[in-house]
Design a protein around this ligand. Sequence first.
Ligand code: BMP
Length: 249
Amino acid sequence: MSFQDKVRAASEANNSRIVLALDLESPEPSELRRKSEELLQKVAEHVCAVKINRQLVLSLGLRGGVDCIVEVAHEHSLPVIMDAKLNDVRHTNEFMMRAYTDAGFDAIIASPVAGWEGGLDAVFNLAASQGKGVLLLVYMSSPGADKFYSLKVSRNDEKPKELFELLAEMAIDWKADGVIVGATKPQVIRRVRQLSGPRMDIYSPGVGTQGGDAREAIDAGSSYLIVGRSIYQAANPAKVAREYRDLTS
Ligand code: BMP
């Protein structure tokens, strides 16, 4: 099953478009792993995928640490995304991609800024040969992101466009399995949906704690919402995950 199909299957089974961002912190690695697995068990039935960041890999290690959390997610039939934001040259990108997929990850997030040739070509090829997914960053949720992603650019004699429009076109050309567009930018989500058509999966982080509105992002065209702190910092994470699920299903 392709990565996109895995997310769709979990989304239909749990009637949810919520991706859990598992960004818990703890100075003690064994405590961090216990808390992460506990949270996952509590909210699994209300989400359609899990996203893990590099800080968890730094604290727990990939083998005998994060890979065990990936296994717990898989026991709940939830695909797991590695938020590596890959942005290097071919051979190191390929090495990192292989390390993550060997540890069980189903997809990776990469930055299109590295380009195709000598940048992300090997990542996409490896993903295709292993049935894994690649998601590309198209517009970040942070307030300062506007200064970069909204820059006007022009190629050859073409009419100038905003940088994110070019990145979205790259994602379409490279057959990415999805794009990341901040939930804090509903007008950008709307434009990316317009450019990509209905088939591209748009993942939107930034709801709740960062100020984005879940319903507004979905109405603008997001397929899935990535939610971290609003869920895991809540007194009752399962209840909040269910509320997000109900609000967006
Ligand atoms: P939170 O819901 O706690 O704000 O977390 C959002 C998650 O999405 C974090 O894991 C962060 O790394 C990620 N993210 C983001 O917030 N904005 C982006 O533009 C891209 C991200 O991957």
